[in-house]
Design a protein around this ligand. Structure first.
Ligand SMILES: NC(=O)c1ccc[n+]([C@@H]2O[C@H](COP(=O)([O-])OP(=O)(O)OC[C@H]3O[C@@H](n4cnc5c(N)ncnc54)[C@H](O)[C@@H]3O)[C@@H](O)[C@H]2O)c1
Length: 399
């Protein structure tokens, strides 16, 4: 497909892009100056944000967060999560919640694999930022649907990047990547076994896994591979074209609006199992495998910081860090503190392929680039919110 002639505004933007990275670093001041500091919406300088995967956990949180700061939010989702995970994965309830509660939220029913559709919607909206959260999100599901997994995660991301380059190259492009881009290489770090968890024995990782950790020559699962393809592409549009892009390599992102299922959404799924007194299956590593957990609103807060002061081709590891990390065994106990119920579980003596034994994110780069940002919700706060949310959703008196 040939490139369309550019409008005068876009010719200017395209010229800026060819001038390189330092240009992208200047975008921030202008965006921050014209954003309403909180609440409201309306006015002539209303910023338009396109959020893909807007009915999912992160997309819906980002939509609410930006809307509360005066942006007009265009959500894009096709409820593909229901196709992945069945009725338990259906996200229409969240779409309706956003449509009911946010005055300047507009839902767009579109599949990110639809290249022409993506080019058209980005051209029509000319958004001031794109936050790309739509994905096939499950490690375990990917091998059953390899074409869908790659076409959505890698191909869909390319569709959005190229549409952004043609139509809104100055707009920050924030991509939700994953810590699975590191494959199982973190498992090569020497570990020590503690009573209820694994931890790094090498002091170089005392603060967690940094962004400089190698991404190749390890086992990723097909999901990790399709996400890594997209991750490198997002970096390249930043480095090669000078666009203000960033990849956020997530640990466990969670919160009360998560509808966890066995194949995706660790804490949320575990809380439902506990409340419904269902058995949870632990796969390998004695249940001492460690994940770091971050509230979706803390993710949205970081995205807003990046949007307000963007850089080009950046990569950040985003998770709860060591302070918000727990092993599966520790999570059982923490949840029981909230619910009063002991978790029933079976142990499968076979780890999931590519699973991390111990992973927590080193947050120092994020904090040094964006000193206004920090974790605001402790693991205990997060669990309390998830337990409350599941109780609210449950039929009366069922827990
Ligand atoms: N939740 C986590 O623990 C976690 C961890 C690391 C990375 N991430 C990444 O963060 C992003 C958001 O994750 P989430 O937990 O909000 O996922 P989610 O499944 O809750 O939301 C994703 C949304 O995207 C939509 N979607 C999927 N395919 C689509 C398509 N082809 N076209 C349009 N919409 C489509 C789904 O219907 C769903 O509503 C994903 O890229 C995921 O890989 C999540």
């Amino acid at each position: 497909m040939s490139l369309k002639p550019l409008s005068p505004r876009r010719r200017r933007a395209s010229h800026q892009i060819t001038s390189g990275l330092h240009r992208a670093r200047t975008y921030g001041t202008r965006i921050r100056d014209s954003i309403a500091p909180g609440g409201g919406g309306g006015g002539n300088d209303l910023k338009t944000i396109l959020v893909t995967g807007s009915s999912g956990l992160i997309g819906s949180e980002v939509s609410s967060y930006f809307h509360a700061r005066g942006c007009c939010v265009h959500g894009l989702d096709n409820n593909q999560r229901a196709a992945f995970f069945g009725p338990d994965g259906d996200t229409r309830w969240n779409q309706r919640r956003l449509e009911r509660s946010l005055r300047n939220f507009h839902h767009n029913e579109l599949d990110i694999r639809n290249r022409q559709g993506i080019l058209e919607i980005v051209s029509k909206l000319g958004p001031d930022a794109i936050v790309h959260c739509a994905a096939q999100p499950s490690h375990e599901l990917a091998p059953a649907i390899p074409f869908d997994d790659f076409d959505i995660n890698a191909g869909g991301t390319l569709n959005l990047l190229e549409a952004a380059r043609r139509e809104c190259p100055e707009a920050p492009f924030i991509y939700l990547s994953t810590n699975k881009v590191y494959g199982d290489a973190p498992n090569r770090i020497p570990l020590k076994e503690l009573e209820s968890r694994w931890d790094y024995a090498d002091s170089a990782y005392a603060d967690g896994i940094p962004e400089t950790f190698p991404v190749d020559q390890s086992m990723h699962s097909l999901f990790g591979t399709s996400k890594l393809g997209a991750d490198v592409m997002v970096q390249e549009y930043g480095r090669y074209f000078g666009m203000p892009t960033c990849c956020l390599r997530g640990g466990c992102l969670t919160g009360p609006n998560h509808r966890g299922v066995e194949l995706h959404g660790f804490l949320s799924y575990l809380v439902t199992c506990n409340l419904e007194e269902r058995e949870y299956r632990v796969y390998g590593y004695k249940g001492k495998q460690v994940r770091d957990n971050i509230h979706a609103e803390d993710v949205a807060r970081f995205i807003f910081e990046f949007f307000s002061n963007p850089r080009a081709g950046e990569v950040y590891n985003i998770g709860g860090g060591k302070a918000n990390s727990c092993s599966i065994l520790e999570a059982f106990a923490l949840i029981a503190d909230h619910t009063g119920k002991t978790q029933r579980y079976t142990y499968v003596d076979e780890p999931r392929a590519g699973d991390h034994i111990c992973y927590y994110s080193d947050l120092r780069k994020m904090k040094s680039h964006y000193p206004n940002w920090d974790i605001t919700r402790s693991l205990n706060d997060i669990l309390g919110e998830i337990v409350e949310a599941w109780r609210r959703r449950a039929p009366l008196n069922s827990f």
